[in-house]
Write a protein that binds this ligand. Structure first.
Ligand SMILES: Cc1ncc(COP(=O)(O)O)c(C=O)c1O
Length: 369
């Protein structure tokens, strides 16, 4: 295997498979594929080019949108946080980006601008998340002004965002869907409410545009809990028939015998309960492996699960190979991805898969497979 120290294998056939799965779940909706934060750590341009079937791409920042255009992407690109100045608006118009409007400042800027062409606007309404979006009481005023502005295309997309779509027992979902319907009833505009969890759990929130991110990358958006023994085929993402796109791998660079009672790593925060063999893998928080991964976090090596022991260092982690280990220096371990869900690793690091994927650093070698 061509491995320097750490690689993230990016499986584009899994990406394609996931998009098809999503389309089957919401057959009447168009797909805005969410590619912000370097396509959740998978490589913005690589992922954009591998999604010819997506109807539009969504990013958070104008720089991300510009990078897509610079790499030759001609698909519609939606700025999910909108714009912040009249200079931004000029860039949006020239590059034919679509933009969200979610506050009064943006409404003023867009209505007062001198633009060469009208922009496609997604009007974001706060139906209960209380992050971005206009107050429902202000909807009529925003809607009328946007509809009348020469700088805005004739048809808008009305959108909102679910705060707890991953929690099927949370009543706020139904409340947000009802409020969204109430506000937009009878209007001729397209609508959009669902992120990945909305696609999975809330069919009444699919509308004309779905906005999947996490699920595209083969990660379950639903709340779940793993046990140590959880087998890959029992995990949520297999039930959803999605496949992990990123598999993170690192090389075994040292093998050490350890006597019962000895300590491992900075601060000696793990003590061996029996004679064992410790493996050192060349990956650490400098690569994006979570520093807070706890003792016991699973790692795959030579067809079995071994566990992280001792503190995560900048460039290395240590794993307990067991006293009968026949592993060899140069063997390749999987930190997450195929056969080891990132959801499970995230749980051991008291974080979420989104953060682990986004945090992969530039020194990790990305390989498209
Ligand atoms: C407005 C909006 N829509 C869709 C998404 C995609 O969410 P997910 O990755 O959970 O599918 C995000 C991501 O946070 C978002 O901010």
């Amino acid at each position: 295997m061509n491995l320097r120290t750490v690689t993230a294998e990016i499986d584009l056939s899994a990406l394609d498979h996931n998009l098809n799965t999503i389309k089957k779940m919401a057959p009447d909706s168009q797909v805005l594929a969410v590619l912000k934060a370097n396509a959740y750590g998978h490589g913005l341009e690589r992922i954009a080019k591998a999604l010819p079937q997506a109807d539009a791409l969504g990013v958070a920042r104008i720089d991300e949108a510009l990078a897509l255009r610079a790499s030759g992407i001609i698909k519609p690109i939606v700025l999910l946080e909108g714009f912040f100045s009249k200079e931004d608006l000029a860039v949006i118009a020239v590059n034919n980006f679509q933009t969200i409007v979610h506050n009064q400042e943006q409404l003023n800027l867009i209505c007062q601008a001198e633009l060469d062409r009208p922009l496609k606007v997604w009007l974001k309404i706060d139906t209960g998340m209380h992050r971005l979006g206009i107050n429902p009481d202000d909807f009529e005023c925003f809607y009328q002004q946007l509809k009348q502005s020469k700088n805005v295309q004739n048809t808008l997309v009305l959108m909102s965002h679910l705060a707890s779509a991953d929690d099927v027992s949370n009543p706020s979902n139904e409340q947000q869907i009802s409020l969204f319907n109430e506000i937009s009833v009878g209007l001729p505009e397209q609508k959009s409410l669902s992120n990945s969890a909305g696609v999975c759990a809330w069919p009444t929130a699919h509308f004309q545009w779905i906005r999947p991110g996490l699920m595209l990358y083969g990660v379950s958006p639903m709340q779940h809990s793993f046990t140590q023994q959880a087998l890959p085929q029992q995990t949520d993402n297999t039930n959803l028939a999605i496949q992990p796109v990123m598999t993170l791998k690192a090389r075994l660079i040292a093998i050490r015998s350890l006597a019962k009672g000895e300590y491992v790593g900075y601060g000696g925060n793990w003590q061996s309960q029996q004679d064992s063999v410790i493996g050192v893998l060349a990956i650490g928080y400098g690569d994006g492996y979570p520093r807070h991964a706890e003792n016991g976090t699973p790692v795959l090596l030579n067809g079995r699960r071994v566990t992280l022991v001792g503190r995560v260092s900048m460039d290395m982690i240590t794993v307990d190979l067991g006293k009968d280990s026949s592993d060899k220096i140069g063997d390749i371990a999987t930190l997450w991805g195929k056969d080891l869900p990132v959801e499970e690793v995230a749980q051991h690091a008291t974080t979420i898969p989104y953060e682990l994927l986004c945090n992969i650093t530039r020194r990790v070698q990305m390989i498209t497979v």
